[in-house]
Design a protein. Structure first.
Length: 116
């Protein structure tokens, strides 16, 4: 799920996927499972694309850092094109590789994308 605010696109991911729901509630019909899934699923922000400059269309991609001492958005590497940036980084959502997208201390490097 993506939420667009004035200058930030935030990508949310559900805490649980449908396969997990099916395994837990295996005695339910598919229709019941879908209704339960839609009602009970919660979403958390995982990644965002921040417009830094409206005139130049510079964006920064960030991911949430889960280290207790940081708990904040950290900047990630970029490409020159927002579509490619999204394709490259959104691939990691829901995968272990998501947690390897920056240095272990979550300091990350600051990168900017220029979109025409």
């Amino acid at each position: 799920m993506v939420k667009a605010d004035s200058h930030i696109l935030t990508v949310y991911k559900g805490r649980m996927d449908k396969k997990e729901w099916v395994s837990i509630l295996s005695d339910r019909t598919l229709e019941e499972l879908e209704q339960i899934f839609l009602k009970e699923q919660t979403y958390i922000p995982k990644m965002r694309f921040v417009l830094q400059d409206e005139q130049t269309r510079n964006f920064t991609v960030q991911r949430w850092c889960y280290l207790g001492s940081v708990d904040d958005w950290v900047d990630l590497k970029t490409t020159n094109d927002l579509a490619q940036l999204a394709k490259t980084y959104c691939y990691h959502l829901g995968r272990e590789s998501y947690f390897e997208l920056e240095s272990p201390d979550c300091t990350g490097d600051f990168f900017v994308i220029k979109i025409k």
